[in-house]
Design a protein around this ligand. Structure first.
Ligand code: MG
Length: 465
């Protein structure tokens, strides 16, 4: 019996606003930040978790994390691990904390940090990376681990069980395949709004060289600028001369690229507006970008506006452009409604806006039921480290498909993690294999000492500058 004895939190902020990394039409001044938590036990076993913010307010999230983590202190880890769905319900059920949600906002992302830390602890205790812990579950164990409250009108436990059982036979083969090939990724870091055309062109060429064939560009500040930048990116990704030596163009009509508006080399462009428009504005603006052939417009409008997304999707369908959202979808009920209203073509789960692995599992099950691909949101700090685990769970145990899906990759800030994610020469994520890495989110102590707000050495050195 090992009890949880306590926790520590760290407000860690990186000065990314100095370089324009992470800039989009809505978020113009981001200091990528981690509200970080360490769960401690009676033994050497420790669990790491975090949620992501973009700067100010990260301290508020850390305060909320303390409130949520308090609920786990004194609990026996094996009792918590034995029924992670029930544990999740317990974590959400504080009658007073619930009032400042429920299941949304600061308290929910704080719950995400703590739930992820608990899953990390669980995986480390079994000497498996998180994804491997979950794909080795029986279908019954996986369903028992998901957050099921309020979604049974979209998928019942029995239906989930039947879907997972159907996928059981191919699990081993899929695991072997993805270990060998890696998981498909797409690149966002070429197209931030804060970058010059020269920088966009250079980064796009580098990304093509690195083996990527899905590229995302930020839009929404100025339509003429977006069209110009989009044409610039397309002129590079559609031109076979930029492909790495020996790599042939992909077939735009192949199964994996069907419906993605792929260009002649099989390259796919996505665009992301980060919620700047009203519904009609979104429709008009994106129609004006038809020429650059996007696969989807991401976050065209307010993240809570399910029917708004449905209207945008309906209007853009004749133009061959889809709709994606989810990085600000604050809980599984939002995803449920987006799916029920046929409002999206792609589910973009966020590993720590949803309240941890248990709630992510419930969204993966719903997406599989509705047949909608899951392309998790990443970037920020720590998100790429997290999401490779989630996409592996989705592919191996839940949906059984990865070729239509792609996982966001942004090459920022990985050096701060003890077991950083990595990309292979085909532009795909490598599979995490270290038995001691859990959910891969442990940060170097030196990074925390440098960037902890406001007393870390970096921030102290900037005082009064
Ligand atoms: Mg986005």
């Amino acid at each position: 019996m090992v009890k949880i004895t306590g926790y520590e939190t760290h407000d860690v902020r990186f000065p990314t606003s100095l370089t324009g990394d992470g800039t989009d039409a809505m978020n113009t001044d981001c200091d990528y930040s981690s509200a970080y938590v360490v769960l401690k036990t009676e033994s050497d076993l420790v669990g790491y978790g975090m949620t992501f913010t973009i700067g100010r307010g990260n301290d508020i999230v850390c305060s909320a994390i303390k409130e949520v983590a308090n609920r786990l202190v004194g609990k026996d880890t094996e009792v918590l691990f034995a029924d992670m769905g029930k544990t999740w319900d317990f974590m959400m059920a504080d009658p007073q904390l619930r009032w400042i949600g429920p299941e949304k906002g600061v308290i929910h992302i704080a719950s995400g940090a703590v739930n992820n830390a608990l899953w990390d602890l669980y995986a480390r205790s079994r000497k498996k990376p998180l994804w491997k812990l979950v794909v080795d579950f029986t279908p019954e164990e996986l369903v028992r681990s998901a957050a099921f409250r309020y979604i049974s009108d979209a998928v019942t436990k029995e239906e989930a069980l039947a879907m997972l059982k159907e996928k059981e036979a191919g699990k081993k083969e899929r695991e072997e395949k993805v270990r060998e090939l890696g998981y498909p990724a797409y690149v966002t870091s070429a197209g931030w709004l804060g970058y010059t055309d020269e920088k966009v062109a250079r980064l796009t060429k580098e990304a093509v060289q690195a083996g990527f064939n899905h590229f995302k560009m930020k839009v929404g500040a100025d339509q003429a600028d977006d069209l110009r930048r989009g044409k610039l990116i397309r002129s590079i990704i559609d031109d076979p001369q930029y492909l790495p030596p020996g790599l042939k163009p992909r077939d735009p009509d192949s199964e994996e690229l069907k419906g993605k508006n792929a260009g002649p080399t099989g390259a796919v462009l996505m665009i992301d507006a980060n919620q700047v428009w009203d519904v009609q504005q979104a429709i008009d603006y994106v129609k004006g970008l038809e020429e650059i052939k996007p696969w989807f417009i991401e976050e065209p409008t307010a993240p809570d506006d399910i029917l708004g997304h449905a209207a945008v999707r309906k209007a853009l369908k004749p133009h061959g452009i889809g709709v994606a959202t989810g990085e600000h979808a604050h809980n599984r009920m939002t995803f449920k409604q987006l799916l029920q209203a046929e409002a999206i073509d792609v589910v973009q789960i966020d590993s720590c806006r949803l309240a941890g692995v248990s709630e992510v599992l419930s969204v993966l099950l719903m997406a599989a039921k509705f047949g909608v691909p899951v392309c998790p949101h990443a970037g920020g700090v720590g998100l790429c480290e997290y999401v490779i685990h989630l996409s592996l769970i989705d592919y191996i145990a839940v949906s059984g498909t990865m070729e239509r899906n792609v996982l966001e990759f942004v090459d920022h800030l990985h050096e701060h993690f003890v077991t950083p994610c990595s990309i292979n020469s085909r532009g795909r994520y490598n599979v995490p294999t270290n038995p001691n890495e859990g959910y891969s989110i442990e940060m170097h102590k030196s990074s925390i000492a440098e960037y902890e707000w406001p007393d870390g050495t970096y921030w102290q050195s900037k005082k009064g500058v």
